[in-house]
Write a protein that binds this ligand. Sequence first.
Ligand code: ZN
Length: 108
Amino acid sequence: MESSTIAISVFVAWFALFLLVIPVLQRRQVRKHVTRKGGTVLEIRWKPFLSWVHERNTKRWDVTYTCSCGQALKGVLQTSLFTGVKWVEGPRPQEVASLQEGPVHSHA
Ligand SMILES: [Zn+2]
């Protein structure tokens, strides 16, 4: 194999990793995070431009989900290669366990 062919292959591999593989994995992390908190994910949308304004190596996701109490809500989550998933904006889902104690519905 010529060295230029190798260079192109390496480039394509990195390109695929950063634009295809990592976003798919992080989207899955976001879904898992919301589900673990008691929400049911309806839609996850990547916010590509805003992400770069904030921090490098992080992505922000608009998430529409149904809380365990049945209310449809929207939140913004951030994923990072190093620190995992973090809730950035919007109401968090209320966990099923705390729902049984009464309808406390602040979602703060
Ligand atoms: Zn709720």
